[in-house]
Every structure is written in structure tokens, then in C-alpha cells.
Write a protein that binds this ligand. Structure first.
Ligand code: ADP
Length: 192
């Protein structure tokens, strides 16, 4: 039973790594960005509200995000563990997640931080823009997302760092090699 978080700036390859790492630990990867994008494409009430934030590279307001995650974390498939990708992104979301897990009688095992230099992140984002055509992959919106990451999500890493839970991984390089590195580092951390 493994409960993990993955945190990384936009373009760090967080989504790809989340899939690989989750498969290794046989847990579902839960990506808040993916859930929001699904709501947007299905034009649900949440999707209609969230769309403009996603398009602007802004955070979806905490009350919407927290409610969505809370609902997801009671699903049967995540009771045996999960890898949460994209949440928490603010200090407030950290305490919300603390409460959600406490009420379920669960606790986190480790937090994976994926690092990469800003220039590399921008290069990858431009590549992804060509391949996937995500609406928030434009230079302006990307810089806003990166700026938010440095301003807000860094603090999230610091909080978990203070709890001695962070496994930092160098996210520059080839995706397969990074997955291996990340999995080995997490296994080592969990068995230490
Ligand atoms: P990236 O890591 O590349 O920014 P994500 O797919 O994780 O991409 O997230 C895309 C967008 O979804 C974010 O820019 C934001 O608008 C919204 N989002 C995802 N997770 C959260 C969250 N925890 N809190 C607020 N907004 C979020």
C-alpha cells in the first residue's frame, strides 16, 4: 500500500513520470490537471467553471479543487494506494489533504519532487505544444504557470521537506532513465 505525491514545474514531465511510477507501485495515478481537462471537454458544470483558469494558466480556486480531490479520494480504486499528480499545489491544499487523509485513516509515504532548469522546461513545453496542442501550452501562459509554481508550489515542497518526506529527482534527461532513477530512489526511501 503506497501513497505518493509527485510535484514538479510545468514541462518537467510530471505526468509521464507519474504514469510510470504508479505502474511500478501498482497504484492508480490521479492527475488533477487530467481530471480538470476531462471536465472541460465534457462541458460539465465544473468544467465550465474551471476552463478559464486552465486557459489562463491560473490555479483553479481552492474550493473547487479541494472538493474534486476529496470526492476522488473516496473512490474504491484508490483505497489501496495512489500517486497524486498536481495536488496539493498551495499551502492551503496541503492542510486540506492532511485533513482528507486523516479522516480516511491514511497517511502519505513519500513526496517525489521533479526538478529541471527553467530553460529546459520552456523548451519541452514548446515541443509539447506542437505534439499535443494543449491550450495552456503557449509561451505567455507557460510563464505564468512557471511563475505560480515558483511562488506557490515551492512552499508545498518546503512543507513536506520539513516533514522529511521529499525525494528529489533530477528531471533533465531521457524519460525512461528518469523513471528508473525515481523508482529506485522511492524504493530506497520507503525501505530505509
Ligand atoms: P502542469 O503541471 O503542466 O501545469 P497540470 O496538468 O498539472 O499541468 O495542470 C493544468 C492546470 O490545471 C493548471 O494550470 C491549473 O489551472 C489546473 N490545476 C491542476 N491542479 C490544480 C490544483 N491542485 N489547484 C489548482 N489548479 C489546478
Amino acid at each position: 500500500m503506497t501513497r505518493l505525491l509527485i510535484i514538479g514545474p510545468p514541462g518537467s514531465g510530471k505526468g509521464t513520470q507519474a504514469e510510470h511510477i504508479a505502474r511500478h507501485f501498482s497504484v492508480p495515478a490521479v492527475s488533477t490537471g487530467d481530471i480538470f481537462r476531462t471536465h472541460v471537454s465534457q462541458e460539465t458544470p465544473l468544467g465550465k467553471e474551471a476552463a478559464r483558469y486552465l486557459d489562463d494558466g491560473a490555479f483553479v480556486p481552492d474550493h473547487l479543487t479541494n472538493a474534486m480531490v476529496k470526492e476522488r479520494l473516496v473512490d474504491l480504486d484508490v483505497q489501496g494506494g495512489f500517486l497524486l499528480d498536481g495536488y496539493p499545489r498551495t499551502a492551503l491544499q496541503v492542510s486540506e489533504l492532511d485533513n482528507m487523509l486523516a479522516s480516511l485513516g491514511h497517511r502519505l509515504d513519500a513526496v517525489i519532487e521533479l526538478r529541471a532548469p527553467d530553460a529546459e522546461l520552456e523548451r519541452r513545453m514548446l515541443q509539447r505544444a506542437k505534439e499535443q496542442g494543449r491550450k495552456d501550452d503557449t509561451v505567455d501562459v507557460f510563464r505564468r504557470r512557471l511563475d505560480l509554481y515558483h511562488r506557490e508550489t515551492h512552499e508545498v515542497v518546503a512543507v513536506y521537506g520539513g516533514r522529511g518526506m521529499v525525494v528529489s529527482i533530477d528531471g533533465s534527461g531521457e524519460p525512461g532513465a528518469i523513471s528508473e532513477l525515481a523508482i529506485a530512489a522511492v524504493v530506497k526511501f520507503l525501505t530505509a
